[in-house]
Design a protein around this ligand. Structure first.
Ligand SMILES: Cc1ncc(COP(=O)(O)O)c(C=O)c1O
Length: 286
């Protein structure tokens, strides 16, 4: 198996040769943004939306980005050069190296890193058990920054409680999971929390909303009280890595009949068609 390639500041280098400074601000301050893009059959899924979110995240932390076309080409090239078909590309841009000081650097040289890894869509999706966790993250969760320690600790807490993931609850309302968005089916209605500064605007979330509407389902983006998780008929997560993940237990209570529900099954079938189609979802459903 050849060594994976890494894109680092304009060059493609072997994994073991990729080096960054010990004073990179990404390392010292989690001063950076990232994206994860999924490729199906060698083609990126919703690249435009990922790049638009990258631009928003970078603007949110006052980080100047290299030309966006360059970033897109680098990600495509990583997939092509390594002859990958189904893959995820992790892209991270930090404010780069600078002597450690809290204030922002006036003329930064960002560190741009991208790594592609083979990724397979496991079907049927593994079922998930989750626990609710108190959301102690900062108030700018709509920015996709590399400051993920609260998410990592919440995931670990869930694991220690025998679950696969945690759902963040803030002031009694469902926000999102540690690396995905949340959908709930309640009395026949498909609900997901509205976009606020407290959640990430998931690209998969947006695709699933469009797919559901294309399937004739009503979707409501509305605040969801955490206690409603215990009454839900179905709950599932959405994310680039996890695609759609059916939840069968919350805080040890069984969801529905304890297996993926009919709405989830319809949506993942539609998702599988959409990701392998060259046409955008909107074009298919209109
Ligand atoms: C906190 C959080 N929410 C939601 C998502 C889902 O976003 P996307 O569907 O764009 O992958 C992610 C993905 O990493 C995430 O980290």
């Amino acid at each position: 198996m050849p060594e994976p390639l890494v894109y680092l500041n304009g060059e493609f280098v072997p994994y073991s040769a990729a080096r960054v400074s010990v004073e990179d601000r990404g390392l010292q301050f989690a001063d950076g943004v990232y994206e994860v893009v999924r490729y199906y059959d060698g083609r990126p899924f919703r690249m435009q939306q990922h790049l638009a979110r990258l631009v928003r995240s970078a603007a949110g932390i006052e980080l100047p980005l290299p030309p966006i076309e360059e970033i897109r080409r680098a990600m495509d090239a990583l997939v092509e050069k390594q002859s990958l078909q189904d893959a995820t590309v992790y892209l991270q841009i930090t404010r780069g190296p600078a002597p450690r000081a809290h204030g922002l650097v006036t003329d930064p040289t960002p560190t741009v890193i991208a790594i592609a890894r083979e990724a397979h869509s496991v079907r049927p999706r593994p079922t998930l058990r989750v626990v609710t966790v108190s959301d102690d993250r900062w108030a700018r969760c709509y920015l996709k920054t590399t400051a993920l320690l609260p998410n990592a600790l919440a995931r670990e807490r869930a694991r220690r409680l025998g679950a696969d993931d945690g759902i963040f609850v803030r002031d009694g309302f469902v926000m999102e999971a540690t690396a995905s968005n949340v959908f709930v089916v309640l009395k026949g209605r498909l609900l997901t929390p509205p976009l606020t500064n407290y959640i990430l605007a998931g690209i998969t979330r947006e695709a699933v909303i469009e797919l559901a509407r294309g399937e004739g389902m009503a979707v409501s983006e509305e605040p969801i009280s955490a206690h409603l998780l215990y009454e839900a008929d179905e709950i599932f997560l959405t994310g680039t890595n996890s695609e759609l993940g059916p939840i069968i237990a919350v805080d040890g209570r069984t969801v529905g009949d304890g297996s993926p529900g009919p709405i989830f099954n319809r949506l993942i079938a539609a998702f599988d068609v959409a990701v392998r189609s060259s046409q955008p979802i909107g074009a298919r459903s209109s």
